[in-house]
Design a binder for this molecule. Structure first.
Ligand code: CA2
Length: 140
């Protein structure tokens, strides 16, 4: 199974700033952990600070599923939502922090309703849980 793990703006700073909110793992740590735990998955990892690059990645992905942390664009981007809605590939939204327990502007996700589901607040383990979802979906 091929999965795209797509991370949005500022997530390249994971593990380098704000460990109290996002923990100490870097994006490279998350990638290494997923590759180690799920050797049967053919992963592609993309991180971009640019909305259009995230949309291009969604539109061109040749994968069975996408795990998306749209970061700040989750709360602002109609274009990202439209891109998710326009592709047949299922997308699972992941947030490391619990967006509902933070500032009110983070409570709304423009993208969650066009995803198959969303995981929020379970730390970086949320990425692994989303991968598990795709594996169980494929075997049922
Ligand atoms: O909890 C999440 O995963 C978020 O998607 C993270 C976004 C935030 O805008 C969302 O509301 C929730 C922020 C990503 C920025 O990550 C940083 C990590 C370390 C230091 C600075 C930013």
């Amino acid at each position: 199974m091929r999965l795209l793990i797509l991370n949005g703006p500022n997530l390249n700073m994971l593990g380098k700033r704000e460990p109290g909110i996002y923990g100490s793992a870097t994006l490279s740590d998350i990638e290494a952990s997923l590759r180690n735990r799920f050797p049967q998955v053919d992963f592609t990892f993309v991180q971009s600070n640019h909305e259009g690059e995230l949309i291009d990645a969604l539109q061109t992905a040749q994968v069975e599923g996408v795990v998306l942390n749209g970061a700040g664009f989750t709360h602002t981007s109609v274009a990202l939502r439209d891109a998710i809605a326009s592709i047949d590939t299922p997308v699972v939204e992941v947030h490391i922090s619990n967006i509902h327990a933070r500032e009110s502007f983070r409570h709304a996700s423009l993208t969650a309703a066009v995803c198959v589901g969303a995981i929020t607040g379970l730390g970086t383990e949320g990425y692994a849980l989303a991968v598990r979802y795709f594996l169980s979906r494929a075997s049922s």
